[in-house]
Design a protein around this ligand. Structure first.
Ligand code: AMP
Length: 379
C-alpha cells in the first residue's frame, strides 16, 4: 500500500517523497488511517519500527486543517520517558512540519535545563512533546493548559511506567479532557502497560509489530551441505519436488543472480532477477509480478531483503550465504511474517561451514543439516 492511499495531506505526501520515505512501514500502514478516523491505538512496537511517523503524520494532517491559535492551549500532547526521546520525537515532527505550507508548531520540554525559556517559547505551541515531571512543573507555572488537548500520545509507555512515572501520569491524565483520542506505544507488553491501556484506551486498534529476532522462531530452517556445482540442480529439485509456487532466492552478487535466473528459465521455471543493476521501474515491476503470483521465483541480492514485505511468503532459499548473520536473519525474515510460518533453506558449501556455524550462533538457533551427497536430483 503506498503512502498516497492512507489519507495524508498532499503537502505531507510531497514531504515524504522529498525525504525518500517511499513506502509506509507496516505499523504506519495500519496506524495512519485509524488515527485519522479518530480511533484509539495500542501499538506494541519496538524502536526502529517507524512508530514515531505512524502517529506524527496523521497528527500533522489533522492539526494542519485547524487554525493556529496564539495561546497556551496545546492541541496534542506526546509524553515520553526521557529527554533524549523528547528531542528525537521533536526532530521528527519538525522534519515533516517545517516543509508544510500550514506550519503546525511543536516543541519539546524536559527537565535538567532552565524552565524559563521553555515557559516563554510555549506560547502558540500546538504539539507538545514532554517528559512528565517538567510538564507538571510547566502546568503548575501556568505556562501550558491541557483543557483543549484532545490527543494524548504515550510513547515508550513501558519505560514511562518502569521509571516510576505512575503518579505523574495519573495527574496528567486527570487534567486532560475526558473526550480525547489516545495513542499508546510500548516495546513490550507488561502487566503495568496492560493496566494503563485499560485505564485510558477505548476500544483501541491493537497493532503488534513482531521483532525480526522473534520471527526466527516461526521459521522452519533446513541446511543443505552441497558443492558449488550441485547448487543449481538442488535448487530446481527443491522448487519442483516441494511444488514451490512462490519462492525468494538470495545470491550474493548481481552476476550470480543473473546466472541463476537464466538457468532456471532455461529449465522452464518462471524466474526473474532483482538487483541494483536493474532500473527502478524494472525492480518495481519484478516485485509487483512476484507479489501478484505471476512470477514463481524471484532471485535477489541483499538490495531487497530489507524492503520486501510480502505477507505470506512461504519459502526463502539462501543460494549463497550473506556475509553478516544479521543479514541472514533479515533474509529469512521475509518468510514467517505476521505469525505465518515459513520455511527457509540454506545452501552450505564445505567452505561455508565455519561461517554458517557463526550465523547459527549469532541467531541463537541450530539448523539441522540434510546431506546431498549421493542424492539424485530430478528436474
Ligand atoms: P522509529 O521507529 O520511529 O524510531 O523509526 C525508525 C527509523 O525509520 C527512523 O530513522 C525513520 O526516519 C525511519 N523511517 C520511518 N518510517 C519510514 C519509511 N516509511 N520509509 C523509510 N524510512 C522510515
Amino acid at each position: 500500500m503506498p503512502f498516497s492511499s492512507l489519507g495524508l495531506s498532499a503537502a505531507l505526501r510531497q514531504t515524504l517523497a522529498d525525504l525518500k520515505f517511499e513506502r509506509p512501514f507496516p505499523i504506519q500502514e495500519q496506524a495512519i488511517p485509524a488515527v485519522l478516523m479518530g480511533k484509539d491505538i495500542f501499538g506494541i512496537a519496538p524502536t526502529g519500527s517507524g512508530k514515531t511517523a505512524s502517529y506524527v503524520l496523521p497528527l500533522l494532517t489533522k492539526l494542519g486543517k485547524e487554525p493556529q491559535e496564539r495561546n497556551r492551549n496545546i492541541r496534542a500532547l506526546i509524553v515520553v520517558p526521557t529527554r533524549e526521546l523528547a528531542m528525537q520525537v521533536q526532530q521528527v515532527i519538525y522534519s515533516f512540519s517545517n516543509r508544510l505550507p500550514e506550519r503546525v508548531t511543536s516543541m519539546a520540554v524536559y527537565g535538567g535545563v532552565s524552565i524559563n525559556p521553555q515557559m516563554k517559547a510555549l506560547m502558540g505551541t500546538s504539539i507538545l512533546v514532554a517528559t512528565p515531571g517538567r510538564l507538571l512543573e510547566l502546568i503548575d507555572n501556568n505556562a501550558v493548559h491541557l483543557g483543549k488537548c484532545d490527543t494524548l500520545v504515550l510513547d515508550e509507555a513501558d519505560k514511562l511506567l518502569n521509571l516510576g512515572f505512575h503518579d505523574e501520569m495519573q495527574r496528567i491524565i486527570g487534567l486532560l479532557p475526558k473526550k480525547r483520542q489516545n495513542l499508546l506505544f510500548s516495546a513490550t507488553l507488561t502487566d503495568d502497560v496492560s493496566a494503563i491501556t485499560q485505564l485510558i484506551l477505548t476500544n483501541p486498534l491493537v497493532i503488534k509489530i513482531v521483532q525480526e529476532e522473534e520471527t526466527v522462531d516461526l521459521i522452519e530452517q533446513t541446511a543443505y551441505r552441497v558443492s558449488e556445482e550441485h547448487k543449481g540442480p538442488l535448487l530446481r529439485h527443491l522448487i519442483k519436488s516441494r511444488d514451490m509456487q512462490q519462492v525468494l532466492v538470495f545470491t550474493s552478487s548481481v552476476f550470480k543472480a543473473d546466472t541463476v535466473t537464466a538457468k532456471l528459465q532455461k529449465n522452464g521455471i518462471n524466474a526473474v532477477a532483482i538487483h541494483s543493476k536493474k532500473s527502478q521501474e524494472a525492480r518495481r515491476k519484478a516485485l509487483d509480478n512476484f507479489k501478484a503470483g505471476r512470477t514463481r521465483v524471484l532471485v535477489a541480492t541483499d538490495l531487497i531483503s530489507r524492503g520486501i514485505d510480502i505477507h505470506v511468503l512461504p519459502f526463502v532459499i539462501n543460494y549463497e550465504l550473506p556475509r553478516s548473520p544479521k543479514e541472514y536473519v533479515h533474509r529469512i525474515g521475509r518468510t514467517g511474517r505476521a505469525d505465518a510460518t515459513g520455511e527457509a533453506f540454506a545452501f552450505v558449501t564445505p567452505e561455508d561451514e565455519h561461517h554458517f556455524k557463526i550465523i547459527q550462533k549469532k541467531m541463537g538457533k541450530q539448523v539441522p543439516y540434510t546431506e546431498t551427497e549421493g542424492m539424485t536430483f530430478s528436474g
